[in-house]
Design a protein. Structure first.
Length: 367
């Protein structure tokens, strides 16, 4: 399997991250908040200079307004990415994920990796994934996917923050009804650092989700048809087609081959919003993404205009500021960032070729 060669590398990297003491997440969250504010300010100040200053670490250039086009054509991704998720402030949700004490942990079932539902002290919940021997589940990559999603002007990835707990906490807070075999698995697969702590990531727990009606072989074929030039899209499925167009590009950028393996396309209870969840198997060092992601992208001929415009801001300096912590810990390594930038360039060239063939209006047909 093409991904197998990364197993040893991921395990080695997980070991190197163990001493990072939680990855200094608060500073990164503040920097993303500063980026949001500067993007809003930059929209009305063309040609303005990027803010610089000591201590911020995130001197992003002012961003062009991403909501170009017909404002009535669909949901305004730029507005919805102003710092809220499902109507709640990112800052509030991230603060909960970083600071609220864990009260109770229950092992989730149905996946190949270790993940837990966590009850927090304030009554909210989180999903928590520890560093583990399963090299296809790398918690820091969920944090990277969340931050990239925000950089692109999206609000599809639930807020995620680095969160470590002690080994003692993990087992003392575990549901007492956990089967002995599951406890043994947790002990065997969880990676504990020399300081007795388990690095991981906590994500916002969406109260109600359901499987997308497009998460099937037939549904995937339907998506491919909708995203082909000249094919009709029913009016009541245009939003779903637009979400799928964004998802394909996002998964190509993060090199996530696991989306269509079954059970990884989740929506809101009413089916109107598609969430980009479970991104820990991603950010491989493939400059043209994984074979599966590349095949899906090269079938797609319709794209989101706003997402296409936002791709220009995915550059190495910006990514290093967003994905390198002040203490030197890397949410993504330099090699992973270089590969991400190469994948962004691949998407831009592919879309440019399509525009030359079909015209900009036909190719950038979604808001």
């Amino acid at each position: 399997m093409r991904l197998a060669r990364y197993v040893a590398l991921e395990l080695m990297l997980a070991g190197l991250l163990l001493g990072a003491l939680g990855w200094a997440a608060p500073q990164a969250a503040r920097e993303i908040a500063l980026w949001r504010a500067e993007r809003s300010a930059g929209a009305g100040a063309a040609g303005g200079k990027a803010r610089t200053g000591h201590g911020s670490g995130l001197a992003l250039r002012p961003r062009q307004e991403l909501s170009a086009g017909d404002p009535g054509a669909g949901p305004d991704l730029a507005a919805s990415a102003a710092g809220t998720f499902l109507g709640m402030s990112d800052d509030i949700l991230l603060e909960r994920l970083r600071e609220q004490p864990f009260l109770h942990m229950k092992l989730n079932h149905g996946g190949s990796s270790l993940s837990f539902r966590v009850d927090l002290a304030d009554g909210s919940r989180a999903a928590w994934k520890p560093s583990q021997t399963n090299a296809q589940t790398v918690p820091r990559k969920e944090v990277a996917a969340y931050r990239l999603n925000r950089l692109l002007g999206l609000d599809a990835v639930p807020p995620a923050a680095p969160r470590s707990i002690s080994k003692d906490e993990l087992f003392s807070l575990l549901n007492p009804d956990t089967p002995p075999a599951s406890v043994a698995r947790i002990r065997a697969e969880t990676i504990v650092g020399p300081n007795g702590r388990v690095p991981g990531e906590a994500s916002y727990w969406i109260p109600v989700i359901k499987d997308s009606d497009l998460d099937s072989v037939e549904g995937h074929q339907q998506i491919s048809q909708w995203l082909t030039q000249g094919e009709p899209i029913p009016y009541n499925r245009r939003a779903a087609a637009a979400d799928a167009a964004v998802l394909t590009v996002f998964d190509f950028l993060i090199a996530n081959p696991d989306r269509y393996s079954g059970g990884n396309m989740k929506t809101s209870e009413d089916g109107r919003k598609l969430f980009f969840m479970d991104n820990t198997m991603s950010f491989y060092l493939e400059p043209q993404s994984t074979d599966r992601n590349r095949a899906l992208l090269l079938k797609q001929q319709r794209f989101s205009r706003r997402l296409h415009e936002a791709l220009g801001f995915v550059d190495a300096p910006t990514l290093r500021r967003l994905l390198h912590e002040p203490d030197g810990t890397e949410i993504l390594t330099d090699a992973e960032i270089r590969a991400l930038v190469q994948r962004r360039e691949f998407v831009q060239k592919y879309v440019a070729d399509l525009i030359a063939q079909y015209g900009e209006t036909n190719v950038l047909s979604f808001p």
